[in-house]
Design a protein around this ligand. Structure first.
Ligand SMILES: *Cc1c(COP(=O)(O)O)cnc(C)c1O
Length: 428
C-alpha cells in the first residue's frame, strides 16, 4: 500500500505545502524558539542575532548547489552565480581584516582549526596552546578531542594576575620546540599581545596561529588588536561577535594559501555550503558599515558595566576583569556552583553557561564559574542603563537560586524589559 506522503510526492513531485501545513511539529518548535529568543536575555558570549538579510540568504536556493572547488576552479558546472557569492565573501573579509588570503568554506570553527593543523603540520608534531580551564578552546588540544591522537598538544596557562604568562610561554616554547604556537580563546577576557608572541615563535622557529572565534567582531570594529597582519594563520567563526551565520573562516599569509585551500577541500571537507557563504558575505558587508564600529564600541562599554557592577556586588572576576565582550565569574564565593547559577538564571529567563575557572577544583559538569557576555544584548539595542538592570537581575537570581517564586518574578521582569527591544518583529 502506498503511504499518504508518497502519494503527495508522486502527484506534485515537489511538496509545495507551507511548513505550517506540512510539518506543524517543526514549525511550532521554530516558533517557540523565536519566542524564547525574543523574551529572554541571551548572555552566552558566543551567541548573537543575525540580520533579516542574513536569514534570507540562509533560506535561499543557494543551498541546492554543489560547488566543490574554489571560484573559477570548480568540479561542477553551473557555478557562475555561486562564484560571485563566494568571491564577494572573500574580498570583503580581506578588506575587513587586511588578509592576504581568505578561505570562507570551513563549515564551522572547529573544522577550520582542524583544517589548519593538517595544512601546516605532520602527525606527532608539537602544538603549544592554552589550557582549557584558563580560557582555551576544546579544539586547542583538550584530551577529549580526536586531534590529540594525531598531534602532541602542550598547554600553557595564565599567571596569578590572570594574564597570559609570556615568560612561561617562552620557556615552554624553548623546551618543547613546537611547530605551531596557538593563541585565541573562548573564556579569556583580556587583550592579546600578538607581536610579543610572534617574537617568541620566531625565536624557536614556530608558525603562529590565532583563533579569533570570539572576538572577530571586536577586531572588525577596530576595538581589539588585529593579529591578521602579524600571524601566519588566523581562524575564526562567523557567528559570534562577527554576527554572521554559523560558520568558519581561515585567513593566512599568501605563502600558506595553497596548503590551506587544499587542506579544507579536498583534504577535509566536501561541497561548501554556499547559502551559508552568502550569509557570511552579507554579514561582512554589514561589518564594513560605520554602524558596526559603534556596535563593537558598545559591546565593550556594556561589558565594562557588568564588570563594575559584579565587582561592586562582591563577585570574583577571573583574569581581573575584561577588555572584551565577556566575563568569567567565580560564583562559589556566593555559595552557589556554576551549574546551580546556570539553572537558576535559566528559570529567570537569562541564558549564560557554566564554565571552568583557571585550575578549577570542581568538575566540568559542575564547575565554579559562569561565563557571560554582551554581544547579543548589544545587538538588541541594550546600552549601559539596561546592563545595570541586567546585572541586578543576575545577582538576584544567583542569591535566590532555590527560590522559584523569586526566579519567576525575575522572569516576568525580563519579559517586560525585552519587549521594549524587539528582535525580529517581521517574523512575528
Ligand atoms: C567557538 C570556538 C570555536 C569553535 O567553533 P564552532 O563553530 O563551535 O565549531 C573554536 N575556537 C574558539 C576559540 C571558539 O571560541
Amino acid at each position: 500500500m502506498l503511504t499518504k506522503a508518497y502519494l503527495c510526492y508522486s502527484k506534485k513531485t515537489m511538496n509545495k505545502q507551507s511548513l505550517q501545513n506540512f510539518d506543524p511539529q517543526i514549525k511550532e518548535a521554530i516558533n517557540k524558539e523565536l519566542r524564547r529568543q525574543e523574551e529572554g536575555l541571551e548572555m552566552i558570549p558566543s551567541e548573537n542575532f543575525v540580520s533579516p538579510a542574513v536569514l534570507e540568504a540562509l533560506g535561499s536556493v543557494l543551498t541546492n548547489k554543489y560547488s566543490e572547488g574554489y571560484p573559477g576552479k570548480r568540479y561542477y558546472g553551473g557555478c557562475e552565480n555561486i562564484d560571485i557569492v563566494e568571491q564577494l565573501a572573500i574580498d570583503r573579509a580581506k578588506q575587513i581584516f587586511g588578509a592576504e588570503h581568505v578561505n570562507v568554506q570551513p563549515l564551522s570553527g572547529a573544522p577550520a582549526n582542524i583544517a589548519v593543523y593538517f595544512a601546516l603540520l605532520s602527525p606527532g608534531d608539537n602544538i603549544l596552546g592554552m589550557d582549557l580551564s584558563h580560557g582555551g578552546h576544546l579544539t586547542h588540544g583538550h584530551p577529549v578531542t580526536h586531534m590529540t591522537k594525531v598531534f602532541n598538544f602542550i598547554r600553557y596557562k595564565t599567571n596569578a594576575e590572570g594574564k597570559i604568562d609570556l615568560d612561561n610561554l617562552r620557556q615552554m616554547a624553548i623546551e618543547h620546540k613546537p611547530k605551531l604556537i596557538l593563541v585565541g580563546y573562548s573564556a579569556y577576557s583580556r587583550e592579546i599581545e600578538y607581536e610579543k608572541i610572534k617574537a617568541i615563535a620566531d625565536e624557536v622557529g614556530a608558525m603562529t596561529m590565532a583563533d579569533i572565534a570570539h572576538i572577530a567582531g571586536l577586531i572588525a570594529g577596530g576595538q581589539m588588536n588585529n593579529p591578521v597582519p602579524i600571524f601566519d594563520v588566523v581562524t575564526t567563526t562567523t557567528h559570534k561577535t562577527l554576527r554572521g551565520p554559523r560558520g568558519g573562516m581561515i585567513m593566512c599569509k599568501e605563502k600558506f594559501a595553497k596548503q590551506i585551500d587544499k587542506s579544507v577541500f579536498p583534504g577535509f571537507q566536501g561541497g561548501p555550503h554556499e547559502n551559508n557563504i552568502a550569509g557570511k558575505a552579507i554579514a561582512f558587508k554589514e561589518a564594513l558599515e560605520p554602524e558596526f564600529r559603534e556596535y563593537a564600541i558598545q559591546i565593550k562599554k556594556n561589558a565594562k558595566v557588568l564588570e563594575h557592577q559584579f565587582d561592586s556586588m562582591g563577585y570574583k572576576l577571573m583574569f581581573g576583569g575584561t577588555d572584551n565582550h565577556l566575563l568569567l565569574i567565580d560564583v562559589t564565593t556566593k555559595g552557589v556552583t556554576g551549574s546551580e547559577a546556570e539553572k537558576a538564571l535559566d528559570k529567570a529567563g537569562i541564558t549564560v553557561n557554566k564554565n571552568m575557572i583557571p585550575d578549577d577544583p570542581r568538575s566540568p559538569m559542575d564547575p565554579s564559574g559562569i561565563r557571560l557576555g554582551t554581544p547579543a544584548l548589544t545587538t538588541r539595542g541594550f546600552k549601559e542603563a539596561e546592563m545595570e538592570i541586567v546585572a541586578g537581575m543576575i545577582d538576584r537570581a544567583i542569591t535566590n537560586f532555590q527560590n522559584d517564586e523569586e526566579l519567576e518574578k525575575i522572569r516576568l521582569e525580563v519579559k517586560e524589559l525585552t519587549a521594549k527591544f524587539p528582535l525580529y518583529p517581521e517574523l512575528q
